[in-house]
Design a protein around this ligand. Sequence first.
Ligand code: 4AD
Ligand code: MG
Length: 431
Amino acid sequence: MSQVYINDFGAHVGKEVELKGWLYSRRSKGKLHFLMLRDGTGIVQSVVAKGEVSDELFEQAGRIGQESSVIVRGVVRADARAAGGVELGMLDLQVLQDVKDYPIAHQEHGPDFLLGNRHLWLRSKKQAAIMRIRSRIVRAIRDFFDDRGFTLMDAPIFTPSACEGTSTLFEVNYFDEAKAYLTQSGQLYGEAAAMALGKVYVFGPVFRAEKSKTRRHLTEFWMVEPEVAYATLEDVMDLAEGLICAAVSAVLQHHRQDLADLERDVTKLERIKAPFPRITYEEAAVLLEKLGTGFVRGNDLGAPDETALGEHFGMPVMVHRWPHEVKAFYMKRDAADPRLALGVDVIGPEGAGELVGGSQREDNLDELLGRIHAHGLPEEAFAWYLDLRRYGSVPHAGFGLGLERTVAWICGREHVRECIPFPRTLNRIYP
Ligand code: 4AD
Ligand code: MG
Protein backbone atom coordinates (compact mmCIF):
# COMPACT_ATOMS: atom_id res chain seq x y z
CA MET A 1 0.00 0.00 0.00
CA SER A 2 1.26 3.43 -0.79
CA GLN A 3 1.14 6.63 1.17
CA VAL A 4 -1.73 9.05 0.49
CA TYR A 5 -1.49 12.66 1.64
CA ILE A 6 -4.36 14.10 3.66
CA ASN A 7 -5.11 16.77 1.08
CA ASP A 8 -5.79 13.94 -1.41
CA PHE A 9 -8.11 11.98 0.91
CA GLY A 10 -11.17 13.45 -0.82
CA ALA A 11 -10.30 11.39 -3.92
CA HIS A 12 -9.97 8.18 -1.84
CA VAL A 13 -13.33 7.92 -0.09
CA GLY A 14 -14.17 4.28 0.64
CA LYS A 15 -10.59 3.20 0.00
CA GLU A 16 -7.87 1.92 2.28
CA VAL A 17 -4.90 4.31 2.56
CA GLU A 18 -1.67 4.70 4.46
CA LEU A 19 -1.03 7.97 6.28
CA LYS A 20 2.50 8.83 7.37
CA GLY A 21 2.57 11.63 9.88
CA TRP A 22 2.33 12.76 13.47
CA LEU A 23 -0.25 12.87 16.24
CA TYR A 24 -1.52 16.43 16.48
CA SER A 25 -3.99 16.01 19.33
CA ARG A 26 -6.38 13.50 20.87
CA ARG A 27 -9.78 13.39 22.45
CA SER A 28 -11.14 10.26 24.10
CA LYS A 29 -14.71 9.39 24.95
CA GLY A 30 -15.55 5.99 26.45
CA LYS A 31 -14.88 3.36 23.84
CA LEU A 32 -13.67 5.88 21.26
CA HIS A 33 -10.42 7.74 20.65
CA PHE A 34 -10.41 10.63 18.19
CA LEU A 35 -6.87 11.16 16.97
CA MET A 36 -6.13 14.29 14.99
CA LEU A 37 -3.35 13.30 12.63
CA ARG A 38 -1.24 15.65 10.52
CA ASP A 39 1.11 14.94 7.64
CA GLY A 40 2.13 18.41 6.49
CA THR A 41 -0.68 18.77 3.96
CA GLY A 42 -3.51 18.94 6.45
CA ILE A 43 -5.09 17.46 9.55
CA VAL A 44 -7.59 14.62 9.58
CA GLN A 45 -9.57 13.00 12.36
CA SER A 46 -9.03 9.32 12.82
CA VAL A 47 -11.55 7.36 14.82
CA VAL A 48 -10.44 4.35 16.83
CA ALA A 49 -13.28 2.24 18.20
CA LYS A 50 -12.79 -0.37 20.90
CA GLY A 51 -13.74 -3.75 19.54
CA GLU A 52 -13.04 -2.74 15.95
CA VAL A 53 -9.28 -2.86 16.51
CA SER A 54 -7.16 -5.03 18.76
CA ASP A 55 -7.13 -4.14 22.46
CA GLU A 56 -3.43 -3.47 22.19
CA LEU A 57 -3.92 -0.97 19.35
CA PHE A 58 -6.79 0.74 21.19
CA GLU A 59 -4.69 1.09 24.32
CA GLN A 60 -1.72 2.46 22.35
CA ALA A 61 -3.90 4.97 20.48
CA GLY A 62 -5.08 6.30 23.83
CA ARG A 63 -1.60 6.58 25.30
CA ILE A 64 0.91 7.96 22.76
CA GLY A 65 1.89 11.58 23.25
CA GLN A 66 1.43 14.67 21.12
CA GLU A 67 3.78 14.72 18.07
CA SER A 68 4.45 10.99 18.21
CA SER A 69 5.43 9.89 14.71
CA VAL A 70 2.99 7.35 13.32
CA ILE A 71 2.09 5.37 10.23
CA VAL A 72 -1.62 4.65 10.11
CA ARG A 73 -3.57 2.36 7.84
CA GLY A 74 -7.25 3.07 7.56
CA VAL A 75 -10.32 3.61 5.42
CA VAL A 76 -11.28 7.08 4.28
CA ARG A 77 -14.90 7.88 5.08
CA ALA A 78 -16.95 10.83 3.94
CA ASP A 79 -18.14 12.86 6.91
CA ALA A 80 -19.83 16.18 6.30
CA ARG A 81 -19.14 17.31 9.90
CA ALA A 82 -15.36 16.81 9.64
CA ALA A 83 -12.98 19.50 8.43
CA GLY A 84 -12.15 18.61 4.84
CA GLY A 85 -15.28 16.43 4.66
CA VAL A 86 -13.50 13.18 5.47
CA GLU A 87 -12.28 11.11 8.38
CA LEU A 88 -10.12 8.04 8.67
CA GLY A 89 -11.34 4.79 10.23
CA MET A 90 -8.20 3.32 11.78
CA LEU A 91 -7.26 -0.28 11.00
CA ASP A 92 -3.63 -0.32 12.04
CA LEU A 93 -1.22 1.92 13.90
CA GLN A 94 2.56 1.79 13.79
CA VAL A 95 4.35 4.09 16.23
CA LEU A 96 7.82 5.16 15.05
CA GLN A 97 8.49 7.27 18.11
CA ASP A 98 6.27 7.70 21.14
CA VAL A 99 6.83 11.26 22.33
CA LYS A 100 6.65 12.38 25.93
CA ASP A 101 6.32 16.00 27.03
CA TYR A 102 6.17 17.85 23.71
CA PRO A 103 6.94 21.44 24.72
CA ILE A 104 4.12 23.18 22.85
CA ALA A 105 0.76 22.18 24.24
CA HIS A 106 -2.54 23.21 22.66
CA GLN A 107 -2.96 26.19 24.94
CA GLU A 108 -1.80 29.76 25.05
CA HIS A 109 1.94 30.32 25.08
CA GLY A 110 3.61 33.73 25.01
CA PRO A 111 5.30 34.94 21.80
CA ASP A 112 8.81 34.66 23.29
CA PHE A 113 8.30 31.01 24.14
CA LEU A 114 6.84 30.26 20.74
CA LEU A 115 9.57 32.12 18.85
CA GLY A 116 12.24 30.37 20.91
CA ASN A 117 10.62 27.10 19.84
CA ARG A 118 10.03 28.18 16.25
CA HIS A 119 11.47 24.87 14.98
CA LEU A 120 8.52 23.14 16.67
CA TRP A 121 5.95 25.93 16.48
CA LEU A 122 5.98 25.54 12.66
CA ARG A 123 4.06 22.28 13.18
CA SER A 124 0.99 23.99 14.57
CA LYS A 125 -2.03 24.37 12.35
CA LYS A 126 -1.97 28.11 11.87
CA GLN A 127 1.77 28.36 11.35
CA ALA A 128 1.70 25.58 8.75
CA ALA A 129 -1.19 27.37 7.00
CA ILE A 130 0.85 30.59 6.85
CA MET A 131 3.82 28.73 5.38
CA ARG A 132 1.68 27.08 2.70
CA ILE A 133 0.21 30.46 1.79
CA ARG A 134 3.67 32.02 1.71
CA SER A 135 4.77 29.31 -0.69
CA ARG A 136 1.71 29.97 -2.86
CA ILE A 137 2.41 33.71 -2.95
CA VAL A 138 6.00 33.09 -4.04
CA ARG A 139 4.71 30.84 -6.80
CA ALA A 140 2.08 33.40 -7.86
CA ILE A 141 4.75 36.11 -8.00
CA ARG A 142 7.05 33.99 -10.13
CA ASP A 143 4.23 32.93 -12.43
CA PHE A 144 3.14 36.56 -12.78
CA PHE A 145 6.53 37.70 -14.01
CA ASP A 146 7.44 34.55 -15.95
CA ASP A 147 4.13 34.72 -17.84
CA ARG A 148 4.89 38.31 -18.83
CA GLY A 149 8.28 37.60 -20.33
CA PHE A 150 10.43 38.74 -17.39
CA THR A 151 13.78 37.07 -16.77
CA LEU A 152 14.71 36.12 -13.21
CA MET A 153 18.08 37.70 -12.36
CA ASP A 154 19.68 36.92 -9.01
CA ALA A 155 21.44 39.83 -7.38
CA PRO A 156 24.47 39.32 -5.13
CA ILE A 157 24.10 39.32 -1.35
CA PHE A 158 27.61 40.64 -0.62
CA THR A 159 27.73 44.18 -1.96
CA PRO A 160 30.29 46.99 -1.90
CA SER A 161 27.75 49.78 -1.28
CA ALA A 162 24.44 50.90 0.17
CA CYS A 163 21.18 51.02 -1.78
CA GLU A 164 18.64 52.18 0.79
CA GLY A 165 20.64 54.56 3.00
CA THR A 166 23.70 53.90 5.11
CA SER A 167 21.97 53.67 8.50
CA THR A 168 20.67 50.13 8.07
CA LEU A 169 23.71 48.40 6.59
CA PHE A 170 25.07 45.14 7.95
CA GLU A 171 28.82 45.20 7.58
CA VAL A 172 30.89 42.05 7.10
CA ASN A 173 34.62 41.53 6.83
CA TYR A 174 35.43 40.49 3.30
CA PHE A 175 38.86 38.89 3.58
CA ASP A 176 41.78 41.17 4.32
CA GLU A 177 41.44 44.17 2.15
CA ALA A 178 37.80 45.04 1.99
CA LYS A 179 34.55 45.55 3.82
CA ALA A 180 31.35 44.28 2.32
CA TYR A 181 27.71 44.83 3.20
CA LEU A 182 24.77 42.47 3.11
CA THR A 183 22.46 43.71 0.39
CA GLN A 184 19.53 45.93 1.38
CA SER A 185 17.92 45.57 -2.04
CA GLY A 186 18.85 44.00 -5.36
CA GLN A 187 17.59 47.03 -7.25
CA LEU A 188 20.85 48.50 -8.51
CA TYR A 189 21.82 45.13 -9.98
CA GLY A 190 18.28 44.78 -11.32
CA GLU A 191 18.82 48.03 -13.22
CA ALA A 192 21.98 46.67 -14.85
CA ALA A 193 20.08 43.48 -15.68
CA ALA A 194 17.16 45.45 -17.18
CA MET A 195 19.55 47.26 -19.51
CA ALA A 196 20.76 43.83 -20.65
CA LEU A 197 17.46 41.88 -20.75
CA GLY A 198 14.69 44.49 -20.81
CA LYS A 199 12.26 43.09 -18.24
CA VAL A 200 13.75 41.38 -15.20
CA TYR A 201 13.00 40.56 -11.60
CA VAL A 202 15.24 39.94 -8.65
CA PHE A 203 13.80 37.73 -5.90
CA GLY A 204 15.78 36.98 -2.81
CA PRO A 205 16.62 37.75 0.79
CA VAL A 206 17.67 41.26 1.77
CA PHE A 207 19.05 42.59 5.03
CA ARG A 208 18.40 45.72 7.05
CA ALA A 209 20.06 46.56 10.33
CA GLU A 210 16.72 48.03 11.44
CA LYS A 211 16.85 49.23 15.01
CA SER A 212 13.05 49.42 14.93
CA LYS A 213 11.23 46.84 17.01
CA THR A 214 7.91 47.03 15.21
CA ARG A 215 5.55 44.32 14.06
CA ARG A 216 6.45 45.13 10.45
CA HIS A 217 10.25 44.98 10.61
CA LEU A 218 12.60 42.07 10.14
CA THR A 219 16.38 42.29 9.76
CA GLU A 220 16.29 39.60 7.06
CA PHE A 221 13.33 39.47 4.71
CA TRP A 222 12.45 38.58 1.14
CA MET A 223 11.77 41.06 -1.58
CA VAL A 224 10.73 40.70 -5.21
CA GLU A 225 12.02 43.53 -7.37
CA PRO A 226 10.96 43.90 -10.99
CA GLU A 227 12.87 46.39 -13.12
CA VAL A 228 11.77 47.42 -16.60
CA ALA A 229 13.67 49.32 -19.31
CA TYR A 230 11.70 52.09 -21.01
CA ALA A 231 9.06 52.03 -18.24
CA THR A 232 7.68 55.03 -16.39
CA LEU A 233 6.38 55.41 -12.85
CA GLU A 234 2.83 54.88 -14.12
CA ASP A 235 3.84 51.65 -15.87
CA VAL A 236 5.23 50.12 -12.69
CA MET A 237 2.22 51.28 -10.68
CA ASP A 238 0.10 49.21 -13.08
CA LEU A 239 2.52 46.32 -12.64
CA ALA A 240 2.40 46.46 -8.83
CA GLU A 241 -1.38 46.54 -8.89
CA GLY A 242 -1.52 43.48 -11.14
CA LEU A 243 1.00 41.62 -9.01
CA ILE A 244 -0.88 42.21 -5.76
CA CYS A 245 -4.19 41.15 -7.33
CA ALA A 246 -2.56 37.99 -8.71
CA ALA A 247 -1.16 37.05 -5.29
CA VAL A 248 -4.49 37.58 -3.53
CA SER A 249 -6.48 35.65 -6.09
CA ALA A 250 -4.06 32.70 -6.11
CA VAL A 251 -4.43 32.39 -2.34
CA LEU A 252 -8.23 32.68 -2.52
CA GLN A 253 -8.33 30.06 -5.23
CA HIS A 254 -6.11 27.45 -3.55
CA HIS A 255 -6.13 28.05 0.20
CA ARG A 256 -9.71 28.29 1.47
CA GLN A 257 -9.06 25.76 4.25
CA ASP A 258 -5.85 27.48 5.35
CA LEU A 259 -7.60 30.86 5.40
CA ALA A 260 -10.42 29.30 7.46
CA ASP A 261 -7.89 27.79 9.90
CA LEU A 262 -6.40 31.29 10.23
CA GLU A 263 -9.90 32.71 10.84
CA ARG A 264 -9.25 35.15 8.04
CA ASP A 265 -12.20 37.28 6.93
CA VAL A 266 -12.04 36.41 3.22
CA THR A 267 -14.67 38.97 2.21
CA LYS A 268 -11.99 41.62 2.78
CA LEU A 269 -9.69 39.80 0.34
CA GLU A 270 -12.43 39.15 -2.20
CA ARG A 271 -12.88 42.92 -2.44
CA ILE A 272 -9.29 43.43 -3.62
CA LYS A 273 -9.62 44.30 -7.30
CA ALA A 274 -7.90 46.72 -9.67
CA PRO A 275 -7.93 49.67 -10.02
CA PHE A 276 -6.44 50.66 -6.66
CA PRO A 277 -6.88 54.26 -5.58
CA ARG A 278 -3.91 56.42 -6.63
CA ILE A 279 -3.24 59.63 -4.77
CA THR A 280 -0.31 62.01 -4.71
CA TYR A 281 1.66 62.58 -1.52
CA GLU A 282 0.04 66.03 -1.42
CA GLU A 283 -3.45 64.52 -1.58
CA ALA A 284 -2.48 62.02 1.10
CA ALA A 285 -1.26 64.88 3.29
CA VAL A 286 -4.59 66.74 2.97
CA LEU A 287 -6.50 63.56 3.77
CA LEU A 288 -4.32 62.70 6.77
CA GLU A 289 -4.71 66.19 8.19
CA LYS A 290 -8.46 65.69 7.93
CA LEU A 291 -8.22 62.26 9.56
CA GLY A 292 -6.14 63.81 12.35
CA THR A 293 -3.33 61.27 12.58
CA GLY A 294 -0.76 63.85 13.63
CA PHE A 295 0.94 63.64 10.26
CA VAL A 296 3.59 66.30 9.64
CA ARG A 297 3.71 67.49 6.04
CA GLY A 298 7.10 66.89 4.43
CA ASN A 299 7.78 63.75 6.48
CA ASP A 300 7.60 60.11 5.55
CA LEU A 301 4.35 58.39 6.52
CA GLY A 302 4.34 56.97 10.03
CA ALA A 303 2.66 53.71 11.02
CA PRO A 304 -0.54 55.49 12.22
CA ASP A 305 -0.72 57.38 8.90
CA GLU A 306 -0.40 54.18 6.90
CA THR A 307 -3.03 52.46 9.02
CA ALA A 308 -5.42 55.40 8.61
CA LEU A 309 -4.96 55.46 4.83
CA GLY A 310 -5.47 51.71 4.57
CA GLU A 311 -8.61 51.93 6.68
CA HIS A 312 -9.97 54.89 4.74
CA PHE A 313 -9.75 53.10 1.39
CA GLY A 314 -10.16 49.44 2.46
CA MET A 315 -7.91 48.67 -0.52
CA PRO A 316 -4.22 48.95 -1.23
CA VAL A 317 -3.64 52.63 -1.96
CA MET A 318 -0.83 53.97 -4.15
CA VAL A 319 0.77 57.16 -2.87
CA HIS A 320 2.98 58.72 -5.53
CA ARG A 321 5.12 61.82 -6.12
CA TRP A 322 6.92 62.37 -2.83
CA PRO A 323 9.06 65.24 -1.53
CA HIS A 324 12.47 64.12 -2.78
CA GLU A 325 14.09 64.70 0.64
CA VAL A 326 12.36 61.66 2.16
CA LYS A 327 13.21 59.33 -0.72
CA ALA A 328 16.29 57.46 -1.96
CA PHE A 329 19.06 58.98 -4.08
CA TYR A 330 18.21 57.02 -7.23
CA MET A 331 14.68 58.35 -7.78
CA LYS A 332 14.02 60.59 -10.76
CA ARG A 333 12.57 64.05 -10.17
CA ASP A 334 9.16 64.94 -11.54
CA ALA A 335 9.67 67.19 -14.59
CA ALA A 336 6.42 68.97 -13.67
CA ASP A 337 7.71 69.81 -10.17
CA PRO A 338 11.37 69.10 -9.39
CA ARG A 339 10.69 69.22 -5.63
CA LEU A 340 9.03 65.85 -6.09
CA ALA A 341 10.53 62.41 -6.63
CA LEU A 342 8.77 59.99 -9.01
CA GLY A 343 8.31 57.42 -6.27
CA VAL A 344 5.36 55.31 -5.17
CA ASP A 345 4.51 53.49 -1.97
CA VAL A 346 1.66 51.01 -1.94
CA ILE A 347 0.00 50.99 1.47
CA GLY A 348 -2.02 47.89 2.31
CA PRO A 349 -5.37 47.87 4.14
CA GLU A 350 -6.10 46.45 7.62
CA GLY A 351 -2.92 47.85 9.14
CA ALA A 352 -0.67 46.02 6.67
CA GLY A 353 1.54 49.07 6.19
CA GLU A 354 3.81 49.66 3.21
CA LEU A 355 3.78 46.61 0.94
CA VAL A 356 5.63 48.13 -2.01
CA GLY A 357 8.18 50.88 -2.57
CA GLY A 358 9.10 51.81 -6.12
CA SER A 359 10.06 54.56 -8.50
CA GLN A 360 11.17 55.74 -11.87
CA ARG A 361 14.98 55.90 -11.71
CA GLU A 362 17.22 58.88 -12.38
CA ASP A 363 18.60 58.14 -15.85
CA ASN A 364 20.71 61.29 -16.33
CA LEU A 365 24.38 60.86 -15.48
CA ASP A 366 25.03 64.34 -14.06
CA GLU A 367 21.83 64.41 -12.01
CA LEU A 368 22.59 60.99 -10.55
CA LEU A 369 26.17 61.91 -9.74
CA GLY A 370 24.89 65.01 -7.94
CA ARG A 371 22.50 62.85 -5.87
CA ILE A 372 25.24 60.42 -4.92
CA HIS A 373 27.34 63.32 -3.64
CA ALA A 374 24.40 65.00 -1.91
CA HIS A 375 23.63 61.73 -0.06
CA GLY A 376 27.28 61.41 0.99
CA LEU A 377 27.71 58.09 -0.85
CA PRO A 378 31.15 56.97 -2.09
CA GLU A 379 31.32 57.62 -5.84
CA GLU A 380 33.90 54.85 -6.50
CA ALA A 381 31.55 52.15 -5.25
CA PHE A 382 28.91 53.35 -7.70
CA ALA A 383 31.19 53.62 -10.76
CA TRP A 384 29.58 50.57 -12.38
CA TYR A 385 26.09 51.90 -11.63
CA LEU A 386 26.96 55.23 -13.25
CA ASP A 387 28.11 53.34 -16.37
CA LEU A 388 24.45 52.41 -16.91
CA ARG A 389 23.84 56.15 -17.49
CA ARG A 390 26.87 56.44 -19.81
CA TYR A 391 26.14 53.64 -22.21
CA GLY A 392 22.64 53.68 -23.64
CA SER A 393 20.74 55.23 -20.74
CA VAL A 394 16.95 54.97 -21.03
CA PRO A 395 14.00 55.82 -18.79
CA HIS A 396 13.33 52.89 -16.51
CA ALA A 397 11.43 52.02 -13.38
CA GLY A 398 10.81 49.26 -10.89
CA PHE A 399 9.68 48.45 -7.38
CA GLY A 400 10.20 46.14 -4.46
CA LEU A 401 7.40 44.18 -2.79
CA GLY A 402 8.09 42.91 0.72
CA LEU A 403 7.09 39.25 0.85
CA GLU A 404 6.50 38.93 4.59
CA ARG A 405 4.35 42.05 4.79
CA THR A 406 2.29 40.74 1.89
CA VAL A 407 1.93 37.34 3.56
CA ALA A 408 1.01 38.98 6.87
CA TRP A 409 -1.69 41.06 5.22
CA ILE A 410 -3.20 38.21 3.18
CA CYS A 411 -3.12 35.83 6.17
CA GLY A 412 -4.50 38.51 8.49
CA ARG A 413 -1.55 38.19 10.88
CA GLU A 414 -0.56 40.99 13.18
CA HIS A 415 3.18 40.43 13.00
CA VAL A 416 5.59 39.73 10.12
CA ARG A 417 7.68 37.44 12.33
CA GLU A 418 5.06 34.67 11.85
CA CYS A 419 5.33 35.05 8.08
CA ILE A 420 8.87 33.79 7.47
CA PRO A 421 10.03 30.31 8.53
CA PHE A 422 12.79 31.50 10.88
CA PRO A 423 12.47 35.21 11.66
CA ARG A 424 15.45 37.44 12.36
CA THR A 425 14.70 40.56 14.34
CA LEU A 426 16.55 43.14 16.41
CA ASN A 427 16.84 40.81 19.38
CA ARG A 428 16.38 37.34 17.94
CA ILE A 429 18.61 35.12 15.82
CA TYR A 430 17.71 31.75 17.46
CA PRO A 431 16.72 29.13 16.36
O1 4AD B 1 10.71 50.63 0.26
P1 4AD B 1 11.94 49.77 0.21
O2 4AD B 1 13.04 50.12 1.13
O3 4AD B 1 12.41 49.82 -1.31
C1 4AD B 1 13.56 49.32 -1.82
O4 4AD B 1 14.35 48.66 -1.23
C2 4AD B 1 13.70 49.58 -3.29
N1 4AD B 1 15.12 49.48 -3.63
C3 4AD B 1 12.86 48.58 -4.05
C4 4AD B 1 12.95 48.77 -5.54
O5 4AD B 1 12.51 49.79 -6.03
N2 4AD B 1 13.48 47.81 -6.26
O6 4AD B 1 11.52 48.26 0.47
C5 4AD B 1 10.57 47.64 -0.33
C6 4AD B 1 9.58 46.85 0.51
C7 4AD B 1 8.77 47.70 1.48
O7 4AD B 1 7.68 48.32 0.84
C8 4AD B 1 8.33 46.67 2.50
O8 4AD B 1 7.24 45.91 2.02
C9 4AD B 1 9.53 45.76 2.57
O9 4AD B 1 10.26 45.93 1.37
N3 4AD B 1 10.39 46.07 3.71
C10 4AD B 1 10.48 45.32 4.82
N4 4AD B 1 9.86 44.19 5.19
C11 4AD B 1 10.18 43.65 6.39
N5 4AD B 1 11.10 44.18 7.23
C12 4AD B 1 11.76 45.32 6.90
N6 4AD B 1 12.69 45.80 7.71
C13 4AD B 1 11.45 45.94 5.64
N7 4AD B 1 11.91 47.03 5.00
C14 4AD B 1 11.25 47.10 3.84
MG1 MG C 1 9.94 52.19 1.32
